[in-house]
Ligand binder design. Structure first.
Ligand code: 7PJ
Length: 278
C-alpha cells in the first residue's frame, strides 16, 4: 500500500487526500490583534477537519501573485500560536513556508509536513527537512511571487516543470529524505499563464512517471477568476471543476479552501471510478 509518511502519521495514498488551507495573515482592521487572528485560524482548522480534511496547511506568508515577503520573525510569530493551538489534533499539520528557520520552529512545535513553494531552495531547507521525520511538498515556481506573473515563458511547460521536479526530488533523496516522505506539485499559478496552467492540468498524468504522489492546488486561483470573471470568494464552482480534472489527471492530494465541497467531488469521482467512497 502506498503511503505518505508525515511525522507520526502514515497517510494512505490509495484514495485522494484533502489538504485544507488555513491562512494566518493578520487582519489589521480587527482590534483583537494577534490572539484574535490565531484563535480564528485554530477554529477554522478544526472546522476543516470536521469537514473531512486529511491535512491542515498553515501559512504565514502570502504567496499570492504580487505579494511581498514578510520577515522570518513575523512569519514565526504568526504560525507558532496556531501550531500550539493544534497540538492535540489527530491530523497532520503542514506549514507553508520557504524559510528553514520557520521550518525548524514549526517542526519543533509539532508540524508533520513542510509545504515549500520553492522546493527547498533556501540554504539549509533540505537539511531542516532531512533531519526531521516530516513529509515535504516540492512545488515548482518560476521566479518570485512578487514578479512571477510578469509574462512567464516556457518552450514546453510540462517538460520544464517535470525536469525541475525530478531534479528537486533527486536532491531530496540524496540528502537522505526517504521517498515515502516526498510529494511533488506543478505549482498551478506560480509563474504560469492560464494557458500554462491548463496545459499542465491536461497533461498532469505525465507527472505520474516521477513516482511521487502529486499535489494540485487550484482552489480559488486567479486563472479561475480570469476564466469566469469572478472574485476569489465566488470561485467555488470553478475550483471544484478543476479539482475533478486534477483527480482525473492522477492528483492524490488536493489543496483547497473548501473542504466539505471538495469531499463531495471526491465521492462522485470515487463512485465513477468504482471505488468505495471514503
Ligand atoms: C499552493 C501552495 C499550491 C502548494 C499556495 C493560493 C496561493 N502550496 N500555496 N501548491 N498555493 N503546494 O492558495 O492561492 O498550489 S498559496
Amino acid at each position: 500500500m502506498a503511503v505518505l509518511a508525515a511525522g507520526r502519521f502514515r497517510l494512505d495514498l490509495g484514495r485522494p487526500l484533502v489538504m485544507g488551507v488555513v491562512n494566518v495573515t493578520p487582519d489589521s482592521f480587527s482590534d483583537g490583534g494577534r490572539f484574535f487572528d490565531s484563535k480564528n485560524a485554530v477554529s477554522h482548522a478544526h472546522r476543516l477537519i470536521e469537514e473531512g480534511a486529511d491535512i491542515i496547511d498553515v501559512g504565514g506568508e502570502s504567496s499570492r501573485p504580487g505579494a511581498l515577503p514578510v520577515s522570518v520573525a513575523e512569519e514565526i510569530d504568526r504560525i507558532l500560536p496556531v501550531l500550539d493551538g493544534l497540538k492535540g489534533v489527530d491530523k497532520p499539520v503542514s506549514v507553508d513556508t520557504r524559510r528553514p528557520e520557520v521550518m525548524q520552529a514549526a517542526l519543533r512545535a509539532g508540524a508533520s509536513m513542510v509545504n515549500d513553494i520553492e522546493a527547498l531552495a533556501a540554504p539549509g531547507a533540505i537539511e531542516a527537512v532531512a533531519q526531521s521525520q516530516c513529509a515535504v511538498c516540492l512545488m515548482h515556481m518560476k521566479g518570485e511571487p512578487a514578479t512571477m506573473q510578469r509574462q512567464p515563458h516556457y518552450d514546453d511547460v510540462v517538460a520544464e516543470v517535470g525536469s525541475f521536479l525530478r531534479e528537486k526530488a533527486q536532491k531530496a533523496l540524496q540528502a537522505g529524505i526517504p521517498r515515502e516522505r516526498i510529494v511533488v506539485d506543478p505549482g498551478f499559478g506560480f509563474g504560469k499563464t492560464a494557458a500554462h496552467n491548463f496545459e499542465l492540468l491536461r497533461r498532469l498524468k505525465e507527472f505520474s512517471s516521477l513516482g511521487f504522489p502529486i499535489l494540485a492546488g487550484w482552489s480559488r486561483k486567479s486563472t479561475l477568476g480570469k476564466l469566469t470573471g469572478r472574485p476569489a470568494d465566488e470561485r467555488l464552482a470553478a475550483s471544484l471543476a478543476a479539482a475533478l480534472l486534477a483527480l482525473q489527471g492522477g492528483a492524490t492530494i488536493l489543496r483547497v479552501h473548501d473542504v466539505k465541497e471538495t469531499r463531495d467531488v471526491i465521492a462522485v469521482w470515487q463512485a465513477y471510478e468504482g471505488q468505495a467512497s471514503t
